[in-house]
Design a protein around this ligand. Structure first.
Ligand SMILES: C[S@@+](CC[C@H](N)C(=O)[O-])C[C@H]1O[C@@H](n2cnc3c(N)ncnc32)[C@H](O)[C@@H]1O
Length: 247
């Protein structure tokens, strides 16, 4: 077999975990990786915010840029002394669990997803990290009418359909697809969230680096929120929006 070339991040992760693997296992890992399977699915785990999360092909693999969304949410939760948070579209539960583990125990943390399999994995992760989270199955916020949160944090599906190819095709399409322009789910979330936020509640959404201008127009037209901030990644790309419900 040709020598397998791991990317740097995967190589570091593999090096950290390879003590557990015997030679036969390592050979299997290399073979699957060479075929394009993401390392996190091969090993069944990924690191996020300093914690290890169980993953399988029914959940998105947590990405480093989502840590920026968690950091911003924690900043607001702490400065405004918020009491309740919803991780909308929770996947393996990484955002909800990272927030719960980084805050005082009184913070009530909920996590929702449409996928029952994602919720099953998220529950495994919450148990593993002893994080008390309330899990809810819901199609976006439609199953949460009558519930009001101080802050809703979401990494929703936002990939343009035509970009779902290559290694992304190993991940669930429902976790990725944001329609033709990537903003289909985000438009629904922004349309629904004001009904589940307390007065002056916050909504933080991860976005694609090319979405800023179109999203700004959409929020301005909607007239339900004030744009508090944009979250930039280390390359200077806009990767998140912070909204506050109008009072
Ligand atoms: C981009 S993944 C995010 C997963 C995780 N929060 C993370 O940061 O890695 C989006 C998640 O949205 C969920 N999802 C897709 N459509 C949904 C809907 N209509 N209602 C609720 N969840 C949905 C998918 O099942 C998937 O778990």
């Amino acid at each position: 077999m040709n020598e397998t070339i791991f990317n740097q991040r995967d190589l570091r992760f593999l090096a950290k975990n390879s003590l557990d693997q015997d030679a036969v296992e390592l050979d299997k890992i290399k073979r699957s990786y060479a075929q394009g399977m993401p390392l996190a699915y091969i090993l069944g785990k990924e690191e996020f915010f300093g914690y290890e999360f169980t993953v399988n092909p029914s959940v998105l693999i947590p990405r480093p840029e989502t840590e920026l969304i968690v950091e911003k949410a924690l900043e607001i939760i702490k400065s405004d002394k918020l009491n309740s948070v919803l991780d909308l579209c929770c996947g393996c539960g990484n955002i909800a669990i990272a927030i719960k583990k980084s805050t005082q125990s009184q913070l009530r943390v909920f996590a929702s997803d449409l996928s029952l399999e994602a919720l099953r994995i998220a529950k495994i992760n919450a148990d593993r990290h002893k994080a008390e989270i309330g899990f809810i199955q819901s199609d976006l916020l439609t199953g949460l009418r009558g519930e009001f949160f101080d802050i809703i944090v979401s990494n929703p599906p936002y990939v343009e359909d035509e970009s779902i190819k290559g290694s992304l095709s190993y991940e669930p399409r429902t976790a990725l697809s944001g329609g033709v322009d990537g903003l289909e789910v985000i438009r629904k979330i922004t349309g629904q969230a004001d009904g589940c936020l307390k007065e002056k509640g916050y909504l933080i959404i991860e976005i694609g680096y090319q979405h800023k201008d179109k999203l700004k127009d959409h929020i301005d037209n909607l007239g339900l929120y004030r744009i508090v901030d944009w979250i930039k990644d280390y390359s200077g790309h806009f990767r998140g929006i912070v909204l506050q419900k109008n009072g």
